[in-house]
Design a protein around this ligand. Structure first.
Ligand code: PLP
Length: 455
């Protein structure tokens, strides 16, 4: 209802003297009257391509090869319900209370057991529990990045990290990957160039295991080389490792943090090895940084959820969590096989990475096809993916797409790839008839080295 002063939005406020003055920011628009008031960094925020897709991709008739949601069907739900019930009855006043800013002591000790599987020896004091590793990414970026500082990141990189980096106005400089992960020679070259340009390079952000979105793993041989290069250039390494325990063939590789405890901030998460709904992740940082992480986290959220932490802690103490991870590995391996088999059968003209673990494969489309432009046609054909462009800060990736095999059943994965192959074939035919004359196709063609593309 329009108020008596005739101002439907309620922006006109009476002054003490009785006259009205307008508080609507001069640069406001009808859609957002506060547009002129936002901080500069807010203008850099935008919905990720994945989020924009979510509404359509989640319709049941669409096979979504887009999202990165773990499949939770194998979880022991009855056991979890009983543990939660018992937790609230026996320790409810602790679980539902505020807790420590650094996180629950018992859980931090249990996290050490999890990290030992990747060779990390740390002290519970080194661990900061966070609301998912996403919050840890936010805290680390907040601690180190002034607007214009450089973060070096793989090409392609995790879309959620790019969103955080953008929010803090970092300049992301990409370094290429191949099938053995980040290329040390390319890293050396980029850091040397940035040094010569006098740029402040603060962080190297890397997902060494079963990379999101590229599916590749940094080889054992490259790990110390990458660390040595970063150290020599004075760059702190952020090792983001939510998938490391989800290998299909081999035991986990030693974490980079296990090789260097002073130059690496390690980020871990229970989202993929247990359940993302609890939102429990963690950071392990060198001592001085760890204190600042706790301060930053306290100012952001006071403390991570005690209820979630105790639920995770109870699960770890009372359930065979290693067995659960083994079951996940087997389930995801079967889905990976379904996807790679279907790609081989239906899309021989494309190329892709074959991941040894995790959730994703990175597909290079036939020459000239633009994954972003093709997406609406794929959705019409009831299959969804994420265009490669989502994973770059600089517009690369148009000739690539990320396919995830974590959520749908093997049959649905095969059906999804079959549908996608039909869309790619129609697109290829159009290209043959009309040529690669559109701007989008020209751009897709112009991109070189947009990530690994091995069969
Ligand atoms: C590479 C990477 N880092 C971090 C995250 C965030 O995970 P969390 O649920 O722990 O916040 C994800 C989630 O998909 C991811 O793929």
């Amino acid at each position: 209802m329009t108020p008596a002063n005739g101002d439907p939005m309620g922006w006109v406020k009476p002054t003490p003297g009785g006259a009205a003055h307008t508080v609507r920011p001069a640069t406001g628009t009808r859609l957002d009257p506060w547009i002129g008031s936002y901080a500069d960094r807010t203008h850099g925020m935008r919905a990720s391509e994945i989020r924009a897709l979510f509404a359509v991709a989640n319709r049941p008739e669409v096979v979504s090869l887009a999202g990165g949601m773990p499949n939770l069907e194998g979880l022991p739900l009855r056991t979890l319900a009983e543990l939660s019930h018992e937790l609230v009855l026996s320790r409810g006043t602790t679980a539902l209370q505020y807790g420590s800013g650094q996180g629950d002591q018992t859980l931090r000790e249990q996290i050490l057991d999890v990290m030992r599987l990747e060779g990390i020896e740390a002290h519970p004091d080194d661990v900061v529990v966070t609301t998912g590793s996403q919050q840890a990414l936010d805290l680390v970026t907040r601690l180190f990045i002034n607007p214009g500082d450089v973060i070096v990141a793989e090409a392609p990189s995790y879309v959620g990290a790019l969103g955080v980096f953008r929010a803090y106005e970092a300049d992301v400089v990409h370094v290429p990957l191949d099938e053995a992960g980040l290329i040390p020679e390319a890293l050396e070259e980029v850091l040397t160039r940035l040094d010569h340009e006098g740029r402040a390079v603060k962080l190297l952000y890397t997902v060494p295991n079963f990379h999101n979105p590229a599916g590749v793993t940094l080889s054992l041989e490259r790990r110390p080389r990458v660390l040595e290069i970063a150290r020599r250039h004075g760059v702190l390494v952020v090792e983001d490792n939510p998938y490391g325990l989800l290998g299909f063939e081999n035991e986990p590789l030693p974490a980079m943090r296990s090789m260097d405890d002073s130059g690496v901030i390690y980020l871990g998460s229970f989202s993929k090895t247990f359940a993302p709904g609890y939102r429990v992740g963690w950071a392990v940082a060198p001592h001085s940084i760890r204190e600042k992480l706790v301060l930053a986290s306290e100012s952001a959220i006071l403390c991570p959820s005690n209820a979630s932490q105790l639920a995770v802690s109870t699960y770890l103490a009372n359930h065979d969590w290693r067995g659960q991870i083994k079951a996940y590995r087997e389930m995801y391996r079967e889905r990976r096989d379904a996807m790679i088999g279907a790609l081989t059968e239906h899309m021989p003209e494309a190329s892709w990475t074959v991941p040894d673990g995790g959730f994703y494969t990175w597909v290079k489309l036939p020459h000239g096809i633009d994954a972003q432009a093709m997406l609406p046609r794929a959705i019409t054909a009831l299959v969804a993916y994420v265009s490669g462009t989502a994973f770059y800060a600089d517009g690369q990736g148009a000739n690539h797409m990320r396919l995830s095999f974590c959520y749908p059943t093997p049959d649905r994965i095969r059906e999804g790839v079959r549908r996608l192959a039909g869309v790619v074939a129609a697109e290829t035919e159009l290209l043959e008839i009309f040529g690669a004359g559109t701007d989008a196709h020209r751009e897709a063609d112009a991109v070189e080295g947009a990530g690994p593309d091995v069969h």
